[in-house]
Design a protein around this ligand. Structure first.
Ligand code: LR7
Ligand code: MN
Length: 567
C-alpha cells in the first residue's frame, strides 16, 4: 500500500522571536486501522460516554492517569484522538470565550438575521464528540436563528449511532433530523443529502467534532444578511487530539493552497493586515476556505451549483467551492468575531473503500477542480503532480464546465491577480525554473521539510541539478524581486551583512526579501544590503551566503526556464 503524505491542515508562523511555531496539523495516511491490535467489535460498538463532573470544563485539558495508559492507547486508535478523555468530558462542557474584547462589544439584532440549518455529516464519529458538537450548537446559538440541525450519517457502522442516536436527539429542545446514506457516499455527497432536506434560509456546515464558541453564529449570518453572495467562515480554534484542551487560534491567517493543491494556512498579506489595523473585527477575504465550517445562503448555494457531485469521500471540495465562488462573483471570508473549535487529528481514522485508496480519491477530486477552474494553471498542477495527472483521463467534467459557462465566471488569472496576488505560482511576467551556479553547476534547492514543521524553512542548499520534473528545485522570481517557491517561502537575509547565510522564510513582502537579478553579469543582488549571493564560505559553511560583489563565477547564477504551459 502506498503512503501518501496528505498534510492538509496546519497553521504555522514565525513568532516575534523568530521561532517557527506549528499550531495545528493534519497528517493523513492510509494505514488500514484494521491492523491495530485488540479492537474488538464489542469495543467499537460500545458508547463509552461517562462524563466526570467538571472534567474539561472551561476548555481545560483532561489527563489520563498512567495506570490507564494501555486502555487510552487502544481507544485512541478508533478515532485517532483520545477517546477516553473525550468520553469523560460533558457534552455540555463550557469553553473559554475566544473572542477579543472588540468583538465582545458588538451586538447583533437577531430579528434582522436569516435563520440557518446546521448540517453535520459523520462517518463513525464517537458519541461524545458528535453530541458535544450538537450541544454546543444548541447551547450557544440564538434559538430564533437555529431552524434545525441535520445529522447525515454516512453509513456508519457503530450500533450507538443508529437507534440510540435517533432516540437521544428526539428529546433535544431543538429539531434535529437524522438522515442516513445506505452506502458510504463520502462527505461531499452526504452534505448534499443534508442540503436537499434543509429548510433554513442559510446552511451552516460543521464537522462532527466541533465546539461552537459564544456568539459564533450571529457574526456569520450578519455577513450573509448584508450580501447573500458571501460565504462566511469562522476562525477555527483547536481542540487538542490528546487532551481535548480548547486552544484559541490565530486570526491573522488565511487559507490558500500549495503546488499540490493541498490546503494551507498562510499569514495574511500585508495589505490586508494594514486594512485591519484600524478595526480588528473586520472580516477578511480568504482565497480558499478550510472546508468544514462555513455558512452560505441556501438559494445562493444552489444558484452557484452546490458541490461537484462526482467528488468522492474526502478532499478537494473546499478548493473547488472556493474557486467557484470567487470566480463566479461571490466571496469567501473569515469572520474574526466568530470562533469554532475543531478537533485536529494527525491521521485519518476511516477507510477509503475505493480502488486505489486515499491517493486516487484525493487526486481525482483535485483533478476535477483543476480541470474546471484553473485554465492554464491546470497544466502546471498536472506537470508537478503525476499522481493527479494519472487520474485526468478518467474524469468527465463536462457538466461542471457547462456550469462555469452558464454562470459567466471569471478566469483563474483574474483569481490569482485579484484574490491572491501574494501567490507563488508562475505567471507570464515571472521567471519559473531552476537556478544554477556557474562555478559548480549545482542547482538551488529548497530546504527539506523535516519533523512537524511543514513550511520548508531553513538555509538554502545547492543540489545536483535534476533533469526530470523536480519541484524541490523550482523557483519563481517575481517582477517585484521576490524569489519564492512552494508553500509561500521566500529567499531572505535576516542579517543582511556580508558572510552570513541566506535562508528561506515565510514570504512577508518586506524589503529584506527583495532581490535583483542582473542578466549581464548574472549576479543576484540583495536589494537592501547591495551584497551578492554567493556559495557557502568557511565562516558560514552550511548554505548559500551574501558576500561583497566580486564578479567571480561563484556569484554567477544561470536562470533556466522550465516550461509549464502548453500554449
Ligand atoms: O467518507 C466520509 N464521510 C463523512 O461523513 C468522510 C468523512 N466524513 C465526515 C467526517 O465524519 C467529518 O465530520 O466529514 C467530516 C470531515 O472529515 P474529517 O474530519 O475526517 O476531515 P478533516 O477535518 O481533515 O477535513 C477537512 O477537509 C475536508 C476535505 O474534504 C473537509 O472539507 C472537512 O470539512 C475539513 N475540515 C475542516 O475544514 C475543519 C477545520 C480544519 C482546518 C483547518
Ligand atoms: Mn474534521
Amino acid at each position: 500500500m502506498t503512503m501518501i503524505r496528505n498534510d492538509k491542515h496546519q497553521k504555522e508562523y514565525i513568532d516575534k522571536r523568530g521561532i517557527h511555531v506549528v499550531v495545528g496539523h493534519y497528517l493523513g495516511n492510509d494505514l488500514p486501522w484494521e491492523t491495530t491490535p485488540n479492537i474488538t467489535n464489542e469495543i467499537l460498538n460500545t458508547n463509552g460516554y461517562s462524563p466526570i463532573p467538571k472534567a474539561g470544563d472551561n476548555g481545560q485539558p483532561v489527563f489520563i492517569s498512567p495506570h490507564e495508559n494501555a486502555k487510552m492507547k487502544t481507544l485512541f486508535h478508533i478515532n485517532r484522538f483520545n477517546l477516553l478523555a473525550s468520553d469523560r468530558i460533558s457534552v455540555n462542557r463550557t469553553i473559554q470565550d475566544a473572542r477579543k474584547q472588540s468583538c465582545r462589544e458588538k451586538s447583533y439584532v437577531t430579528s434582522n438575521l436569516p435563520d440557518t440549518s446546521v448540517i453535520i455529516v459523520f462517518h463513525n464519529e464517537a458519541w461524545s464528540t458528535l453530541l458535544r458538537t450538537v450541544h454546543s450548537v444548541i447551547n450557544r446559538s440564538p434559538r430564533q436563528l437555529l431552524r434545525e440541525i441535520i445529522l447525515v450519517d454516512d453509513a456508519s457502522e457503530r450500533a450507538f449511532l443508529k437507534n440510540p442516536l435517533d432516540d437521544y436527539v428526539s428529546k433535544l429542545p431543538v429539531y434535529v433530523k437524522v438522515i442516513r446514506a445506505t452506502n458510504r457516499t463520502g462527505l461531499i455527497r452526504a452534505r448534499l443529502m443534508g442540503a436537499k432536506v434543509a429548510r433554513g434560509q442559510t446552511l451552516t456546515f460543521l464537522d462532527s467534532h466541533c465546539e461552537c464558541n459564544y456568539y459564533w453564529l450571529e457574526p456569520l449570518l450578519t455577513r450573509i444578511a448584508e450580501d447573500r453572495k458571501r460565504v462566511a467562515c469562522p476562525v477555527i480554534d483547536i481542540i487538542h487530539d490528546e487532551n481535548f484542551a480548547y486552544v484559541r487560534s490565530f486570526e491573522f491567517h488565511w487559507g490558500a493552497f500549495n503546488w499540490e493543491l493541498h490546503f494551507r494556512w498562510y499569514p495574511l498579506g500585508e495589505k490586508e493586515i494594514h486594512r485591519r489595523q484600524k478595526d480588528g473585527t473586520l472580516p477578511f477575504r480568504t482565497p480558499v476556505m478550510a472546508g468544514g465550517l462555513f455558512s452560505i445562503d441556501r438559494s445562493y448555494f444552489e444558484e452557484i451549483g452546490t458541490y461537484d457531485e462526482m467528488m468522492d469521500i474526502w478532499g478537494g471540495e473546499n478548493i473547488e467551492l472556493s474557486f467557484r465562488v470567487w470566480q463566479c462573483g461571490g466571496s469567501v471570508e473569515i469572520v474574526p468575531c466568530s470562533h469554532v473549535g475543531h478537533l485536529f487529528r494527525r491521521s485519518s481514522p476511516y477507510s477509503f473503500p475505493r480502488p486505489g485508496g486515499v491517493g486516487s480519491v484525493l487526486y481525482t477530486n483535485l483533478a476535477r477542480a483543476a480541470e474546471v477552474w484553473m485554465d492554464d494553471w491546470k497544466e502546471f498542477f498536472f506537470l508537478l503532480n503525476p499522481g493527479a495527472k494519472k487520474m485526468r483521463k478518467g474524469i468527465d467534467v463536462m457538466e461542471r464546465k457547462a456550469l462555469r459557462e452558464r454562470l459567466g465566471c471569471k478566469s483563474f488569472k483574474w483569481y490569482l491577480d485579484t484574490v491572491w496576488p501574494e501567490h507563488f505560482l508562475p505567471t507570464d511576467g515571472r521567471f519559473f525554473g531552476k537556478i544554477r551556479n556557474k562555478k559548480n553547476g549545482k542547482c538551488f534547492q529548497r530546504p527539506n521539510t523535516k519533523g512537524t514543521a511543514r513550511q520548508p524553512v531553513g538555509k538554502v542548499q545547492l543540489g545536483d541539478c535534476v533533469f526530470e520534473t523536480y519541484p524541490q528545485q523550482y523557483f519563481v522570481l517575481t517582477k517585484e524581486g521576490f524569489l519564492m517557491t512552494d508553500e509561500s517561502i521566500c529567499l531572505d537575509s535576516p542579517e543582511a551583512t556580508a558572510d552570513t547565510n541566506v535562508v528561506m522564510l515565510a514570504c512577508n513582502e518586506y524589503k529584506r526579501q527583495k532581490w535583483k537579478y542582473n542578466p549581464t553579469d548574472r549576479t543576484l543582488v540583495h536589494v537592501k544590503s547591495k551584497l551578492c549571493l554567493d556559495l557557502p564560505s568557511s565562516h558560514s559553511p552550511d548554505g548559500l551566503t551574501l558576500q561583497h560583489c566580486n564578479k567571480l563565477a561563484t556569484q554567477e547564477w544561470l536562470f533556466e526556464t522550465v516550461t509549464w504551459k502548453t500554449s
